[in-house]
Ligand binder design. Sequence first.
Ligand SMILES: Nc1ncnc2c1ncn2[C@@H]1O[C@H](COP(=O)(O)OP(=O)(O)OP(=O)(O)O)[C@@H](O)[C@H]1O
Length: 385
Amino acid sequence: MTLAAENVTVAFGHGRRAVTVLDDVSLTVPAGTSLGLVGESGSGKSTLAKAMVGLVRPRAGRVLLDGEEVSGLRGARLTAVRRRVQMVSQDPYSSLNPRMTVGRALAEALDPRRADVRAHAAAVARGLEAVALDADAARLRLYEVAGPALRSEVAPGDGDDLVRQVGVKIWADGSPWTGNLAASFPYLDTPATRMLGVPPGHRDRPNHTDAELLGLSLAYYTAGWQLACHANGDQAAEQVLAVWSELLARHPAPPGPPRLRMEHVSAMRPGQFARAHALGITCSLFPDHLHYWGEVIADDLFGPAVAERWAPVGTALATGMRVSLHNDSPVTPSIPCTTSASPPRGCRARAAGSGPASASASPRRCVPRPSTPPGSSTPTTSSAR
Ligand SMILES: Nc1ncnc2c1ncn2[C@@H]1O[C@H](COP(=O)(O)OP(=O)(O)OP(=O)(O)O)[C@@H](O)[C@H]1O
């Protein structure tokens, strides 16, 4: 496949305000070759690439694919060309859809119309191996693939009274709904887990090795950021507790507000909450998980014994820890847990034996009503995202 630009001219704007960005540019990229284009910032490199993939229409000149003019094509013929010629933007964060998993992004490259991860599993695994990544990386969402070298332009605390950047979020595991819960207990074998593609008896493992998680945590914690770590399953929680214990041994927490928070902790065990509290780690729970999907957790994914202990706010509070409750708007309504004037809605629904998840209600998860004696912990609300 040979791609060529022939006397391409691109201008933006009209009349006296028109600016010619490319003026009579020609180049050819023969099959199997790479071409480097060097020029100062703003000289038109990206504009030429956009013209060659049909995102910008040249005022003059032609773009040729295997000798056939493709500039000016529309409809099905343009779609056919787009399946053969694509552009990778220089900013990886705008090149990749952050909501896709790594596997889906690669499957989309193989088949842009139908990014079917399972159909392309072998090719996706080969692609990952080619860049020294484990095939398991396919199940991660792109925002979960962070490294210690990732740098932010902003300093901790930058912002204004409305929005301030204070923390960095790390994902130790994923979601129960996608087979990514890193837990000591297995998924059930049900129509739902089969539909998810989760094999019988599946137990997922944390996203990072201990060393990777420590490297990530050290990089941002020592730069002054708060850290929030998503840990849904008890195995993920175990890893975070061990790694952050090491982090705090190396860098004891200075006086002031806590800077380490574990998020979700849906299947965290009582002893783990106690260890978190002893380390000064706070927890943010998502009671609406249970309120909306308690039956799915009990019947479809993990069984009633796990559901009975899911999102154990009461267990967390019993350690003396100050917890926060969050929602995942817009997945659930943006005011999930109301205020200290009444117990969180999800918790109250479970306590009262009402609501869709009432079958798995447990008083142990319930938050004390505001009438509890002074000095006992009350929850605060926050948004985790
Ligand atoms: N849609 C647009 N409307 C008006 N001007 C534009 C548009 N897109 C690009 N330009 C201008 O065209 C010029 C070339 O931009 P382009 O992004 O192609 O440069 P570049 O060589 O890729 O730069 P860099 O190396 O910084 O990425 C710049 O002056 C830019 O401001």
